[in-house]
Design a protein around this ligand. Structure first.
Ligand code: SAM
Length: 297
């Protein structure tokens, strides 16, 4: 049985508790007040990357003892941290960026705390996966988090097959130097028409959301170097793009605005008139006449 605490307790630092402190994924202003308070008051900070977290603490003018806790020392360091918690110290766990325990070794430390009945609480905040999902334009009512695809061949093939069967929206993390291979593999396994949103450099100056298909993303990145951090959001296997909704929005435009919409998307004036006329279900000449009536008042 695990313990819950009152809201009063939530605002005071409790000895013997592990605090999962979410940190910004690019924009320092996204750090919460509560996160700052916890970082300033805990007995020690366990950081996935002590340099990164050290910089964050220095920026905040906070000085706390720090230990490293990362993939390659988690087996020895995890029990040491839990021993200190059991002895009554409080600890803030920070991952490289974002929410601890999402695609990082924080998940093992939380499991170890649970096994040892050590209270764990969260200071919620940024998570690249959820930020990307909300920006993707794809359905958010059902989704699965896939993290990074396995690198090992057999495991990777099995995971791609499983992903291809998935009917909910899917979230994947990827490093820029592996993006092209991953897009090739996804396109081969799921088909070139599968919708994807490539969410890059979220909350940073060069934030970019590319809403496209896997086939077009492969072509795009054959010509453009992948740069920065990426989250890929894939439409589920049964996802059908709501084209009727999109055209409904265009049909609410005036005839001139409708033609201008297609011109802005790169079509010539003649092709824009053709596309808009087709969508409005009227002959080209009639649309041309309506555009001129619009223009001349
Ligand atoms: N725990 C983190 C979280 O809550 O999002 C994720 C850690 S995982 C090791 C790092 C991956 O998150 C990156 O490779 C990238 O896929 C994604 N990521 C982190 N920050 C990002 C950002 N600003 N924009 C896009 N993706 C980001």
């Amino acid at each position: 049985m695990s313990r819950t605490s009152t809201s009063e307790e939530k605002n005071a630092i409790c000895g013997g508790t592990l605090y999962l402190v979410s940190t910004p994924i690019g924009n320092l202003a996204d750090l919460s007040e509560r996160a700052i308070k916890v970082l300033a008051e805990v007995d020690f900070v366990a950081a996935e990357d002590t340099r990164n977290t050290g910089k964050l603490l220095a920026y905040l003018g906070i000085s706390r003892p720090m230990v490293s806790y990362y993939e390659h020392n988690k087996k020895e360091r995890g029990p040491q941290i839990v021993a200190r918690l059991l002895a009554g110290e409080s600890c803030a766990l920070c991952s490289d960026a974002g929410t601890p325990a999402i695609s990082d070794p924080g998940e093992d430390l939380v499991a170890l705390c649970a096994e040892n009945h050590v209270p764990v609480t969260a200071i919620p905040g940024c998570c690249a996966a959820i930020t990307a999902l909300t920006l993707s334009g794809l359905p958010t009512s059902r989704f699965t988090f896939e993290g990074f695809l396995p690198v090992e061949k057999t495991k990777r093939r099995a995971r791609l097959e499983a992903i291809a069967r998935g009917d909910a929206t899917m979230i994947l993390y990827e490093a820029p130097h592996k993006l092209r291979t991953t897009l090739d593999d996804l396109s081969a396994a799921l088909g070139a028409d599968r919708p994807v949103a490539l969410c890059r450099e979220l909350t940073k100056r060069n934030e970019e959301i590319l809403r496209t298909t896997l086939g077009e993303a492969v072509t795009h990145y054959a010509q453009n170097e992948p740069r920065g951090e990426y989250v890929l959001i894939l439409g589920g296997g049964t996802y059908i793009a709501p084209t009727s909704d999109k055209s409904a929005a265009r049909l609410a435009l005036s005839p001139a605005e409708h033609v201008a919409y297609y011109e802005k998307s790169g079509l010539s004036r003649m092709d824009a008139i053709k596309a808009a006329a087709k969508e409005r279900g009227i002959p080209k000449n009639e649309l041309y006449r309506q555009v001129n009536v619009d223009k001349n008042g």
